[in-house]
Design a binder for this molecule. Structure first.
Ligand SMILES: C[S@@+](CC[C@H](N)C(=O)[O-])C[C@H]1O[C@@H](n2cnc3c(N)ncnc32)[C@H](O)[C@@H]1O
Length: 240
């Protein structure tokens, strides 16, 4: 059974995830930075730096949401970044941010499902995704599509929450993640399930070597994982 945001409601994981992100979109950025103490900004920066050598010109940002990873990717000076997401609410917030930055000519945000991308094969120089893969309905299908649309020798960078392993950080973090974070999340976002879904979905998600196994099945080679901040977050990188 996959973990879904609204256990008492009908609807596929994809539909529920889109509804949840639509609901929390006005408060998403605020809660992200508040609940992580701003460290999420560092995680995205660190991940984008891995693509510096490659200097990708055409980048696809999967599960782009409010566009923070796409905006971070501007530092690579690409010609074009396309962000796709299943939540129109998240994309609307992202479009406003990109407009304020005056970067609409470089970043385009559009509706799209990672499991069924509308792009031709071998098109992008790099494919990136931050905090998105955990929400996919079918992880292998989503990663396989990401591989399909990327050029051979291109790099794919994935950032996702993972489970810390070491005592006492693991215990302290689990307490915060299971009890404090859902309370703050619920109070600020007014969505009673979204920030309970977050720790539950992280718990159920295959991290580190287990993720790399699926990443490889999707066609990626030279794969590597880089745990960050006591293993709360992990960057995965793979080539086509
Ligand atoms: C936690 S947010 C991450 C947003 C952004 N990448 C960031 O780093 O802040 C997860 C996003 O994944 C999107 N998402 C989930 N499943 C998706 C799918 N199958 N295809 C495209 N987007 C998806 C959600 O709508 C949501 O906006």
């Amino acid at each position: 059974m996959s973990v879904v945001p609204y256990k008492d409601k009908e609807g596929s994981k994809r539909e529920q995830v889109a509804e949840m992100f639509d609901n929390i979109s006005p408060k998403y950025d605020l809660l992200n930075h508040l609940l992580s103490g701003g460290v999420d900004i560092y995680w995205r920066k660190r991940a984008i730096k891995l693509l510096r050598k490659q200097q990708p010109k055409k980048i696809l940002d999967i599960a782009s949401g409010t566009g923070d990873f796409a905006i971070e990717a501007l530092s690579l000076k690409p010609e074009k970044i396309i962000g796709v997401d299943i939540s129109e609410g998240m994309l609307a917030v992202g479009r406003e941010k990109i407009k304020k930055l005056g970067k609409q000519d470089i970043i385009t945000l559009q509706t799209g499902d990672s499991e069924n991308l509308s792009f031709e094969s071998n098109y992008f120089d790099a494919v990136i995704v931050s905090f998105g893969v955990r929400n996919f309905q079918n992880l292998l299908a989503g990663l396989t599509e990401m591989n399909r649309v990327m050029k051979p020798q291109g790099n794919c960078v994935v950032v996702e929450f993972s489970k810390p392993r070491s005592f006492p950080f693991k215990q302290l973090y689990n307490f915060y993640f299971k009890y404090i974070l859902p309370l703050i999340g619920k109070t600020v976002s007014k969505d009673s399930s979204a920030y309970t879904y977050l720790p539950e979905s992280v718990q159920a998600f295959p991290d580190r070597e287990a993720f790399l196994d699926i990443f490889k099945k999707a066609g990626f080679i030279n794969t590597k994982c880089i745990p960050l901040t006591f293993g709360i977050c992990t960057i995965y990188i793979g080539q086509k």
